[in-house]
Write a protein that binds this ligand. Structure first.
Ligand code: ATP
Length: 707
């Protein structure tokens, strides 16, 4: 039945071959093009969803075509160009034609020219006749991709890069691509967060796989017919599920004009779906070690080729090999490196922003003569032997002495443990903007979520105890909300590339310098500015000092300027929210415990209601219980009243009728960005305070708080 429909569509849409002048097409750039076809007689008809579809302008054509029919046809290679009376179809073979290509062309409005340059289409509404209402025209715009010359980027990838507007490579890409592609060397790469490391390994892998596939195709003989039809060629390992999904998407984006496939294998999602996708034999698998090992142990056929892979990537490598983490990684590496011949042929990519960071030995090991502080070289050698890289890898270290990115502005607030919520709320209120708050534990995230929920800040939690679906949902919500607030543990510290994160707040001082660098690296990515703000309480000063030392800081972080007047104004509401949270938490806990006792007692046929033998908490007493609930209700109401009153600067009287007759309130929200405020303050301090005094002042403030 479906076949019949397709053939009918083909008949209706009268595509005609076009004769090409090959001289016009440029040399060498015509690779893969089979021909052009054109359609000069068609109509645009609204489909059931209100979108426009193309149907042949033939008397026999059905007046109401089925959308699916047209979609199928479009997959065969047509570029829709609505609103014009003539359209052309380009057919290509190999990695130039694939379903993803056309899906992308449909979605993003991409187009290719014969000379191989990438052309993107910016959408433009037609203002013409009724039948064309809502139909889009295209406006072509070329990109200069010459900065990528000499980096051995395949044409199809270059096209994708152009479509993404990546007109020039980043430094780590410039330094990684030639040795990886031309010299086939293993790469050990350290470069700051947000510097484009994913493509520094992604482009070489895609290049090499395309090249190999081409070679095999050209040399297909009787002898090599036994080769696996679609072998697993590359494996990318990442420490978190979200990062694996992101890397997969990034690779997909550069592979969209190829016929290569990539799939993700991570925990927390149905293994059945992943197994189904693996049946399609993707050349590249991006995975977290746990689920990957699980599927290998179950004998998943595609993954069973893992010891034959040609390319291995260990992203965030320093984290992956940390003691006590990823026990499966060790087993995986043993399996992958089992065959010495294969290991020697394999190209390995090892990347992280903190690969070359060196730590002082902990105090307890300082007296042990056999233990000493590793040099950077020794640290890398150790890593290389653990991962099984080949001899003489190319080591590229672009990381800065201080660890963080140049475009990052750093600051801290010294306060007591009790005041952390207050300062955080103050910051969120004064500087709205996409903010990522990091905590050291899941419990801390949970508590903070409740408090900030009560304060109407709409926080989104993200931690390892959440369902994966909810984790991804929250991440998605955060990404799409301009004033999004994500409360996360360090599961979100590494690798996540969330656009437009303005502030990173370390609610608690991270325990290692690496974590600080990676957390802070969620902002100020790809040359953009961003703020990293750390809340330090007296108990954390030791960790803070150690962190500064590892990061080679000669000075303390600048203090974040705080308006005490505003702080006083919001103190009451924060305190009330905290009290409410304690009450609600206690109430929930008792409820849960009572339910558990009742359940167990029921199973044991016991009566827990006996007066002398009452195991249940005092909530059993209905008056006590309703008292608690009442108190919570009253407190919530007064908090709501407080929240509904705008926080207005003191001494301003509250409201000003403007010329337009509107009331504008001098709200506490800063007119300046937080980054600008810190930078201004630092410049001011430098101008007016001699260095020695400033240092002393910081020392004093670090321990006491600065107000
Ligand atoms: N050549 C390029 N031109 C423009 N943008 C790029 C280029 N390469 C990568 N990017 C973009 O830069 C951002 C950061 O890239 P990526 O996530 O690879 O950084 P990273 O170095 O791996 O960071 P992290 O250390 O945090 O994992 C991404 O949004 C990516 O799309």
């Amino acid at each position: 039945m479906a076949r019949k429909k397709t053939s009918k569509t083909k008949k209706v849409l009268n595509w005609k071959p076009v004769t090409l002048d090959l001289d016009l097409a440029g040399q060498g750039e015509f690779e893969g093009l089979v021909g052009f076809e054109e359609l000069d007689c068609y109509e645009l008809v609204k489909d059931s969803k209100g979108g426009a579809v193309i149907v042949g302008n033939d008397k026999h054509a059905s007046a109401k075509p089925k959308v699916k029919k047209n979609e199928k046809r479009n997959k065969n290679g047509s570029f829709k160009k609505f609103g014009v009376k003539r359209m052309s179809r380009v057919s290509e073979n190999k990695h130039q034609t694939d379903a993803a290509n056309h899906k992308e062309v449909k979605k993003k409005g991409l187009k290719r020219k014969l000379d191989g340059t990438v052309v993107t289409e910016t959408k433009k509404k037609t203002e013409t006749s009724n039948e064309n209402k809502g139909v889009e025209l295209v406006n072509l715009q070329e990109r200069d991709m010459s900065a990528w010359t000499n980096l051995f980027v395949p044409n199809s990838v270059l096209k994708a890069l152009g479509a993404m507007n990546f007109t020039s490579p980043t430094p780590i890409q410039v330094l990684s691509l030639p040795p990886a592609i031309r010299d086939r060397r293993d790469i050990i790469g350290a470069a700051e967060t947000g510097s484009g490391k994913t493509l520094a390994f992604g482009i070489p892998i895609v290049h090499r796989i395309l090249e190999e596939k081409d070679y095999i195709k050209r040399n297909q003989t009787e002898n090599n017919k036994d080769l696996p039809a679609c072998p697993l060629r590359a494996l990318v390992l990442t420490p978190t599920r979200e990062l694996a999904i992101q890397v997969k998407k990034h690779l997909e984006a550069i592979m969209r004009f190829t016929d290569l496939k990539v799939t993700v294998v991570v925990g927390g999602m149905a293994p059945q779906k992943q197994q189904r996708l693996l049946k399609k034999c993707p050349e590249i698998v991006v995975a977290t070690p746990g689920r990957l090992w699980e599927l290998i142990e179950e004998g998943e056929p595609h993954l069973n080729q893992v010891s034959n892979i040609k390319y291995l990537v260990i992203d965030e490598a320093d984290r992956m090999v940390e003691k006590g983490h990823f026990l499966e990684l060790k087993q995986l590496l043993q399996l992958i490196n089992r065959d010495e011949e294969m290991r020697k042929k394999r190209q390995t990519f090892v990347f992280s922003a903190t690969l070359t960071m060196i730590h002082d030995l902990p105090q307890r090991l300082l007296l042990n003569k056999r233990k000493y502080k590793l040099t950077q070289k020794e640290k890398l050698e150790l890593l290389m032997s653990e991962l099984g890289t080949r001899d003489k890898p190319k080591i590229i270290d672009l990381s800065r002495r201080v660890g963080t990115v140049e475009t990052l502005t750093e600051a801290c607030i010294n306060c007591s443990l009790k005041e952390k919520d207050l300062y955080l709320y103050y910051f969120l209120l004064t500087y709205p903007g996409r903010t990522l708050v990091f905590c050291n534990s899941i419990d801390c995230v949970r508590r903070l979520k409740n408090v900030l929920d009560l304060l109407a800040c709409s926080p989104l939690p993200l931690h390892a105890s959440m369902h994966q679906r909810q984790r991804l949902k929250n991440l998605d919500k955060f990404t799409t909300s301009e004033r999004g607030l994500l409360l996360a543990t360090d599961v979100a510290a590494r690798g996540l590339d969330i656009p437009g994160v303005e502030h990173v707040v370390h609610y608690q001082v991270p325990r290692t310098a690496e974590i600080y660098v990676h957390r802070s690296g969620r902002t100020a990515r790809a040359q953009r500015e961003g703020l990293s703000l750390m809340l330090v309480e007296p108990q954390e000063v030791t960790f803070y000092r150690k962190l500064c030392k590892t990061l080679n800081r000669d000075e303390d972080l600048p203090l974040f300027p705080v308006d005490r007047a505003v702080l006083i104004m919001v103190r009451e509401r924060v305190n009330l929210a905290k009290q409410l949270d304690v009450l609600e938490h206690r109430h929930r806990q008792r409820l849960a415990q009572n339910n558990w006792i009742k359940k167990v007692a029921g199973e044991m046929d016991l009566d827990v209601g006996d007066k002398e033998d009452n195991f249940l908490h005092d909530m059993q007493d209905p008056t006590e219980q309703s008292g608690n609930i009442k108190q919570i209700k009253v407190m919530k109401k007064s908090l709501l009243t407080m929240l509904n009153q705008p926080v207005v600067r003191r001494g301003t009287g509250g409201s000003y009728p403007t010329k337009s007759g509107k009331l504008t309130l001098p709200y506490v929200q800063s007119q300046k960005k937080a980054v600008t405020v810190v930078q201004g303050d630092v410049a001011e301090n430098k101008r007016f305070k001699p260095m020695g005094r400033r240092k002393k002042l910081y020392k004093k403030n670090t321990c006491k708080g600065h107000h």
